[in-house]
Design a protein around this ligand. Structure first.
Ligand SMILES: [Zn+2]
Ligand SMILES: [Zn+2]
Length: 343
């Protein structure tokens, strides 16, 4: 089978290679990948900006069907439709694992950067307890959004940062920003403003009923809108899904005193300017987020099944894996919101 492999450390070193279909152990399953989403993280691995253990097949966002089961696997059978939490190889013994946080265990090696992932027709899945069954009425190809959506659900909904009636501003018009705006609405926001700078992506967001306004980050309309809506107080919640210093500055300006500021975007840079004094003087609560928890997966599948997440608007590129260079080269300048490899 063809597999997209990061062959060694360094910038680039991504190759479409012919590899064997993986063997599975007694407690493992083989998954026939149906769809695999290309994520900002994959671009960061391509550019050597995110941890990975080469040689490794990339791809951590997937939906698929079980194609074979090891002899000791009792709960799953061939044909079951699945998605999976990428918390493989968490140790189960450290402080984080034992406090219910295997998603940030130092031993964790996710499919797609720590062990072989989903950018191939088949993948070995070592820990069946991390699988989730895709509901019958949900298309398998739509379930590919479950992993990024589970991040959003963890970061925007399950940590209770939004109270019913809030005015929420989201920065970043990538798939995470757009899904964060949709989930913020579901979580009780009365008014959701999305800010960005990419016209193609902003146009997609303007077609979504969950989002009240889509505005350019550099326009003064953002400030005017927020202040009008809040009697001059400022936004209750600011969600940054861009990792950009400009967005943090705008957020610090817009957020109300004692508001909530949450960062869910990976930054292109190791350090960025941070509006420390302004956020401090407003007494803002600031949260960072990483990865997902069990509960966010079930809720994400339910949101997808219920039709709350506009898959057709978010996935703008369906590609064969042979066409991988079209996604990985010049990702910033392409007119696409989310690309998915279909097998
Ligand atoms: Zn991802
Ligand atoms: Zn651990």
């Amino acid at each position: 089978m063809k597999a997209l492999v990061k062959t060694q450390k360094g910038k680039g070193y991504l190759e479409l290679k012919e590899v064997a279909v993986p063997e599975i152990g007694d407690n493992e399953v083989l998954i026939k990948v149906q769809s695999a989403g290309i994520c900002g993280t994959d671009i960061h691995i391509y550019n050597d900006e995110f941890p990975y253990w080469p040689p490794v097949i990339l791809g951590h966002e997937f939906s698929g069907t079980i194609a074979a089961t090891g002899k000791d696997v009792a709960d799953w059978k061939v044909g079951d439709r699945v998605v999976g939490e990428p918390h493989t190889m968490a140790c189960g013994k450290c402080y984080l694992c034992r406090t219910g946080n295997p998603q940030i265990c130092a031993s964790k090696r996710s499919p797609g950067w720590g062990i072989d992932g989903a950018f191939a027709a088949y993948m070995r899945w070592p820990e069946t307890r991390l699988l989730h069954r895709v509901p019958e009425s949900l298309q398998l190809e739509e379930a590919v959004l479950c992993e990024p959506l589970a991040n959003v659900v963890s970061d925007v909904a399950l940590n209770n940062i939004i109270t019913v009636g809030d005015v929420v501003v989201v920065a970043g018009t990538g798939p995470i920003g757009i899904m964060a705006a949709v989930v913020a609405r579901q979580a009780g926001a009365r008014h959701v403003i999305l800010i960005g700078r990419n016209e193609f992506k902003m146009a997609i967001a303007r077609n979504l009923s969950a989002i009240n306004q889509v505005l350019s980050i550099s326009s003064n309309d953002v400030v005017v809108s927020v202040m009008e809506l809040t009697d001059g107080r400022g936004a209750d919640v600011f969600i940054d899904a861009s990792g950009s210093a400009q967005a943090l500055a705008v957020g610090a300006h817009l957020i109300r005193k004692l508001g909530t500021f949450t960062a869910i975007g990976f930054s292109d840079n190791d350090t960025i300017d941070f509006p420390y004094r302004q956020l401090m003087m407003k007494g803002v609560k600031f949260f960072f987020n990483i990865s997902t928890k069990f509960e966010s997966w079930d809720r994400s599948l339910a949101l997808l099944e219920g039709g709350y997440i506009p898959y057709d608007k978010i996935v703008t590129g369906k590609r064969k894996i042979d066409d991988w260079q079209g996604v990985f080269k010049n990702p910033r300048s392409r007119e696409s919101l989310k690309d998915v490899f279909v097998f």
